[in-house]
Design a protein around this ligand. Structure first.
Ligand SMILES: Cc1cc2nc3c(=O)[nH]c(=O)nc-3n(C[C@H](O)[C@H](O)[C@H](O)COP(=O)(O)OP(=O)(O)OC[C@H]3O[C@@H](n4cnc5c(N)ncnc54)[C@H](O)[C@@H]3O)c2cc1C
Length: 383
C-alpha cells in the first residue's frame, strides 16, 4: 500500500494534520487505533456522559478523503520509509511512507505500584468506557491517584455524583503550576467535597471488581469502590526514533516542525519540540498546540516555509473553575495583578506569561500582552 503522506497517530494533532492535508487535496493515510477522538473531554464532560468525543466517524473520514488504517505502528524503518502496522482487526500491514508525520502524543501508564495494574484510567477511549461502566450507580467511593491537571479535573467532575478522594505524593494539587492556580483548585475541590490527601505514599493496592484497598505508609489503608490512575505520563516514541535517549518525550524539530536530520519526517502535538523565537526549544503538551502544530505540519509539507511560532497556551476546567494560561511561566521572575490579569514578567520587564482564573473573556487581552512583550506598567502590585 502506498500514499504520499502517512500520519502516525489519530489524536488531536494527527487528525488536524490529516484533515488539513485532505482539504488541500493531498493523498493522506492516517494510522491509529479506533476512530479519531478528542482528549480534554475525557476528564470533563465525557466522564459524565460516557460518550467518546469523536473528531470524525468512518463516513466523515471517507468524505474528507482520509484513508484510515485502524491499528498501531509497531516497527518503523526510516531509511527505507516503511512502517509495519499491527491491525486492530488482527494481522499486520506494510505501509510505504514517502512523507511521514509522527503524532503519537504521550502515554499515560499506571504507576509501577504492586497491584495497580487493575486500576481504572480515563486518558484513553478504552479507559473511559471501562471507568464509566463502573460508575453508573451514584455515590461510589472513588479514589483518584495523581493531582496533576487530569487527576484534579477528574476528581472535580466525578464529585458531582460520587464520594471522591484525590491523593498525591506531593502536598497540594497542581503542585507543578503556579501557587495561585494550586490554591484556586484546592478551594474548588473543597467546595465540591473532594477530600485531598497530600504527601501520601502508596505501597501497594488490592483491586478487584468488588472494590479496592490502597495500602499506604502514610495514611493507613484506604478503602474504596473504584481507583482511578492519573499519575504521570511517558514517551510514546519508538526506539527507532528516539535513538540514544529511549525516554525522550519529544522529537526535536526545526522551525517548520520537520524533525532535525530527517528530510521526510515531521512531528506535531505532544511529541514534538521546536525552537520558539522567544523561549528557545520547548515542547507544549496541550490541546491548542496539538491543533495548530498539526495544521502547521500539513502546510509545511504542502510547501509553506512559515516558521511555527504559536505561543504556549492551556486551559483547564476544574468543576466551575476555568484556568487559562498564555506564555511561558518559567520565564516569569515577578508576578503582579494588572487590570484583572495575573501577569508574569521576565527579567527585562516584558510580559512572559498571563494567567486567567474564571476570566475567559480576557483571553484576547492576555494573548496581546504576551505577544507585545509589553514593558512594565508603573503601578504593579506584587502577588
Ligand atoms: C484526559 C485528558 C484531558 C486533557 N485535558 C486538557 C485540557 O483541558 N486542556 C489542554 O490544553 N490539554 C488537555 N489535554 C492534553 C491534550 O489533549 C493533548 O495535548 C493533545 O491531545 C495532544 O495531541 P496529540 O495528537 O499529540 O496526542 P493525542 O491526542 O494523545 O493522540 C495521539 C494518538 O496517537 C495514537 N498512537 C499512539 N501510538 C501509536 C502508534 N504506535 N501507532 C499509531 N497510533 C498511535 C494514540 O492512540 C492516540 O490516539 C488533556 C489530555 C488528556 C489525556
Amino acid at each position: 500500500m502506498s500514499g504520499s503522506v502517512v500520519v502516525v497517530g489519530n489524536g488531536v494533532s494527527g487528525f488536524a494534520c490529516a484533515a488539513r492535508l485532505a482539504d488541500q487535496g493531498a493523498a493522506v493515510t492516517m494510522i491509529g487505533p479506533g476512530l479519531p477522538h478528542d482528549r480534554p473531554p475525557l476528564s470533563k464532560r465525557s466522564l459524565r456522559t460516557g460518550r467518546l468525543p469523536l473528531l470524525a466517524d468512518a463516513e466523515q473520514l471517507e468524505a474528507k478523503g482520509i484513508e484510515h488504517v485502524d491499528g498501531v505502528v509497531t516497527a518503523c524503518d526510516l531509511a527505507r520509509r516503511r512502517l509495519v502496522v499491527s491491525l486492530t482487526a488482527g494481522g499486520t500491514l506494510d505501509v510505504e511512507a514517502p512523507s511521514l508525520v509522527w503524532a503519537t502524543g504521550l502515554r499515560y501508564p499506571r504507576p509501577p505500584i504492586p497491584g495497580f495494574e487493575r486500576a481504572e484510567e480515563n486518558a484513553t477511549a478504552v479507559g473511559l468506557a471501562s471507568l464509566t461502566q463502573r460508575l453508573t450507580v451514584p455515590g461510589r467511593r472513588v479514589v483518584v491517584v495523581g493531582a496533576g491537571l487530569i487527576g484534579t479535573e477528574t476528581a472535580a467532575t466525578l464529585a458531582h455524583e460520587h464520594d471522591v478522594t484525590l491523593v498525591d505524593m506531593v502536598d497540594r494539587p497542581l503542585a507543578r503550576l503556579l501557587p495561585r492556580v494550586s490554591e484556586a483548585a484546592r478551594t474548588t475541590l473543597d467546595s465540591l467535597h473532594v477530600r485531598f490527601l497530600g504527601s501520601c505514599s502508596i505501597d501497594s493496592a488490592s483491586i478487584d471488581v468488588h472494590g479496592a484497598v490502597l495500602h499506604t505508609s502514610t495514611h493507613g489503608d484506604i478503602d474504596c469502590d473504584v481507583v482511578v490512575s492519573a499519575a504521570g505520563f511517558r514517551s510514546s516514541l519508538p526506539p527507532e526514533l528516539t535513538g540514544v535517549d529511549p525516554r525522550a518525550l519529544t522529537l526535536p524539530a526545526d522551525e517548520q516542525l520537520r524533525v532535525i536530520g530527517q528530510d521526510h519526517l515531521w512531528a506535531c502535538g505532544d511529541c514534538v519540540s521546536f525552537p520558539h523565537p522567544r523561549w528557545g526549544r520547548i515542547g507544549i503538551p496541550h490541546w491548542d498546540h496539538a491543533l495548530w502544530s498539526g495544521r502547521h505540519v500539513a502546510d509545511a509539507i504542502l510547501g509553506s516555509s512559515t516558521p511555527y511560532v504559536r505561543e504556549p497556551y492551556f486551559f483547564s476546567d476544574i468543576g466551575s473553575l476555568r484556568v487559562q494560561q498564555v506564555g511561558f511561566a518559567d520565564a516569569a521572575v515577578e508576578w503582579s495583578d494588572e487590570d484583572g490579569l495575573g501577569v508574569g514578567r521576565d527579567e527585562g520587564g516584558s510580559a512572559a506569561c498571563v494567567l486567567l482564573l474564571n476570566a475567559p473573556s480576557r483571553l484576547r487581552d492576555a494573548r496581546a500582552l504576551v505577544a507585545a512583550g509589553s514593558p512594565r506598567s508603573p503601578a504593579t502590585t506584587h502577588a
